[in-house]
Design a protein around this ligand. Structure first.
Ligand code: ZN
Length: 70
C-alpha cells in the first residue's frame, strides 16, 4: 500500500496517509482541521539515492600464529 505525503493548504500541516487507490486520494482530509484542501506531495520513494560504494577491508596481514609446538 502506497504511503503518500500530504500538505493541508488550509493549516499547512503535513501528514502521511495510506492511500489504497487513486480515487481515495481525493477523499483524504487533514487530520488537524479536517479540511479537504490537501495536496499530495511528491513521493519520497524516488528520492532514495543508493549511496555507499565498494569498501574493501584492507588486506589483513595473514598472521599465522604457528607457535604452539611445545
Ligand atoms: Zn489542515
Amino acid at each position: 500500500m502506497p504511503l503518500f505525503e500530504f500538505t493541508c493548504t488550509d493549516c499547512g500541516k503535513s501528514f502521511e496517509e495510506l492511500v489504497r487507490s487513486a480515487s481515495a486520494v481525493n477523499e483524504v482530509i487533514c487530520p488537524a482541521c479536517h479540511s479537504q484542501q490537501v495536496r499530495k506531495k511528491v513521493s519520497t520513494f524516488a528520492s532514495k539515492v543508493s549511496g555507499g560504494g565498494s569498501f574493501s577491508l584492507g588486506s589483513n596481514a595473514a598472521s599465522s600464529c604457528s607457535t604452539g609446538s611445545t
